[in-house]
Ligand binder design. Sequence first.
Ligand code: ADP
Ligand code: MG
Length: 414
Amino acid sequence: MEKKTIRDIDTKELRGKKILVRCDFNVPLKDGEITDDTRIRAALPTIRYLLESGAKVVLCSHLGRPKGEVNEKYSMKPVAERLSEELDAKVKCAEDVTGPSAKDMANELKEGEAGLLENVRFDPREEKNEESLAIELADLIGNEGIYVNDAFGTAHRAHASTEGVAHHVDESVAGLLMEREIEKLGAVLEKPEEPFVAILGGAKVSDKIGVIENLMQKVQTIEIGGAMANTFLKAKGYDIGSSKYEEDKIEVAKQIMKDALNKGVEIILPKDARVAKIAEGEELTPETVESAEHKNVKLNVEGKGESLEGWQILDVGDTTLTYFADRLENAKTVVWNGPVGLFEFDQFAIGTNAIAKVLSEIDATTIIGGGDSAAAVKKAGLQDKMTHISTGGGASLEFLEGKKLPGIECLLDK
Ligand code: ADP
Ligand code: MG
């Protein structure tokens, strides 16, 4: 999937051109303050590249879920302020998306200047991908304008600013962040160096079925942890006590294990676990989790060994980790999606942290997808030791499922 990028355009051609850049500035806010500006910083290379080329840069993004209505709580103004600081130059924020203020702002931009449109989701036509909005967005940059999609995080959505607009602009290309995501995630699907190991965890099997099925065609080993593993263990007749699992996914789990057997793909399930004395259905809050008694147990088939009734599996155990690490140490490609435990609590982040550490030390291409997995790696301080941490949660999942993402498909091929 070779998509044209801004680097494929002669920089001389960028000078003086109006360029609409769809970014992912969907940052967390608390009382109007940005609490994590990772996404803003991730967009800077593309913005700087265009500004240094003398382009007139019209930035746009969504922020939160204003549901098609103007809501000051989700205004892009704090983002424009942060951008101004980062770029050391004033980035104006328009009062509307494609109205008079946006038009004036776009028209008044000088070479090497950037301005930001108001939250595209203030317009009800954005998420419906209505053509009229796509045309208005394209009109902001005029006939000569170029559309750049750098918002990998929303590339799985066909919205007016992520997909529709590309049909009304002659030249639609990928930004540098988008380019890197396509290259890194694409490489593991197209030409992974073997042995290829997938580590899958997280809350639900249902979220990850597509990823398992697609990766099954490519990997030699799948290591399963997290609450997701409970459904697999249950399907194999293991005692999982009062742990969370998905009754309606037992058959899916059985089928996956059967397919793996037929393909010669090894599936490694937890052999032991860290369990906490928390009754079935009881919510996992800081109060219930932190005060609960916990221990490391060997997992057994139902009826054998000590009963886990009244206990919940919240992390993989040490023996499991040695099995996991053993395969990872020889791996040349690793894709990790989903924490293997309730990592938000230190006593159940042991497995997740151990995996992050092994991945940071091995000589392999290591790709992290999924919002919580990325957060776990950052929390462990190992983000710089990975080959690639995807900036897109849902988008990276769909990419790994082998789906075509509309925000990428709409861009020109190289
Ligand atoms: P990602 O965002 O990386 O794709 P998911 O959203 O699928 O990951 O899953 C992450 C969530 O799964 C985390 O909130 C984590 O606490 C939870 N989780 C993992 N293991 C368990 C477990 N054994 N019991 C309960 N929750 C778990
Ligand atoms: Mg998640």
